[in-house]
Design a protein around this ligand. Sequence first.
Ligand code: DHB
Length: 388
Amino acid sequence: MHKRQFLSAIACASLALTASTAMAQDKFKIGLILPMTGPFASTGKQIEAAARLYMAQNGDMVAGKKVELIVKDDTSAADVTKRLAQEMVVNEKVSVLAGFGLTPLAFATAPIATQSKTPMVVMAAATSSITQASPFIVRTSFTLPQAAVAIADWAPNNGIKKVVTLVSDYGPGIDAEKYFKDRLTFNGGQVLDTLRVPMRNPDFAPFLQKVRDLKPDAVYVFVPSGAGAALMKQFAERGMDKAGIKLIGTGDITDDDILNSMGDVANGVVTSHHYSASHNSPLNKKFVAAFEKANNGLRPNFMAVGGYDGMRVIYEAAKTTKGAGGQALLDAMKGQVFESPRGPMFIDAQTRDVVHNIYIRKVEKVNGQLYNQEFATLKDVKDPGKAR
Ligand code: DHB
């Protein structure tokens, strides 16, 4: 080989090498792990649609890198979620793990985030203690104690003193029960019984019968997003409302994407939550219109907003670090303050948890459609679970 040929061969090889490393570095990968099939598929559908909307509105380049969203179905199984997270970190070299539609899935993945120093953005799961499972977790959804305490303050001032609680028997349900019961009791009310139903395939009938027999002023309910319609149907079939028992709960029960299908039994139900599709702000109106347009008229729920805001936190952090990941990316997520479709929010730099308004809402018909109409606001609510 002549010297010149040799030199040009080396130049080509090194160019190829630079090009391939540049290509790897030119991507900013987000591993979005969600329940896309099974009973919690609506959570996955809402969050994926919101993440794609955020990218359509804000571009697929951040800090000079192309954003790649890798979406995987966890089938709502904890072991599958953990394996997918491991593959995303090791093979795909994602900068961020995101999603987590259910509490057990977030807990299963936390050690992977810690060991690999990969920021993990929890967009859905809402048990208070999740953020303590890894220093790399940041949450953009909400916590059950935030919502539970608010409705426990509202109820006794509105003729509801004796309550039976009915919750899904796992993390967020236990939080919803405990924080409601403690606060209602503190406020002079009384919890007559605490009922827990299985998280998967619940049959509410025997539990609702128990509620009927106890004759409380109201039944307070938490079930995960997607399960509210079945509960509502059985509540009506058993004539609970006609027996004078009110239904209250956290806003998971009057979930926006299925609220309209619940029918008249949902009308008038009062709940507490951080997001309603009818939240009255220009930003939210724009968000809802764009989401509905991109998804065949599907109404965004609180899961969608957790996903949309999670993407905002990721994009802005990546801009700050110029695309670098790990601890720097995590640090750039902490303390972000911004306006969400839900209203003002921030990521508490100490706890890495979301701080936002909690609204008291009543289901009403607006132009023939059922909506959660916000009528009172508690400002800047921190997770009460962190205060102890
Ligand atoms: C969780 C899931 C939900 O669908 C919901 O509405 C609230 C909490 C959870 O598993 O953490």
